[in-house]
Design a protein around this ligand. Structure first.
Ligand code: ZN
Length: 107
């Protein structure tokens, strides 16, 4: 179970709506201190490209962020994504995505 710091959930929804604008996917990650594994007190918005059908996180951003988080004794707790309403022409699909740490390869 994750305990999310007050205000972070609202900030997450604002960021996802602002970036994707209802037309493209967006992703943000929640972070927290390594010493508090269930605690979430930070939000990061990766450099990413996106369309209505997916997004790609910039590998350079992910590497730099993983190193910075490790130096600060912090880690990524979860990723939150927003997908625009599917167009009527989109074939039904199910996809699973996970972010992997480029340093330790854990998701
Ligand atoms: Zn975004």
């Amino acid at each position: 179970m994750l305990v999310v710091e007050e205000g972070l959930l609202g900030q997450t929804f604002l960021e996802l709506r602002r970036c994707g604008a209802g037309r493209a996917e967006c992703v943000v990650v929640w972070t927290g201190p390594v010493a508090g594994p269930g605690h979430v007190d930070g939000l990061l918005h990766p450099n990413h490209s996106a369309s209505a059908a997916g997004y790609d996180v910039d590998g350079g951003w992910l590497t730099a962020t993983a190193l910075a988080l490790a130096a600060e004794r912090r880690s990524i707790r979860a990723q939150c994504t927003r997908t625009p309403a599917p167009p009527t022409t989109r074939a039904p699909t199910t996809t699973t995505r996970s972010l992997r740490c480029p340093v330790c390869s854990r998701s």
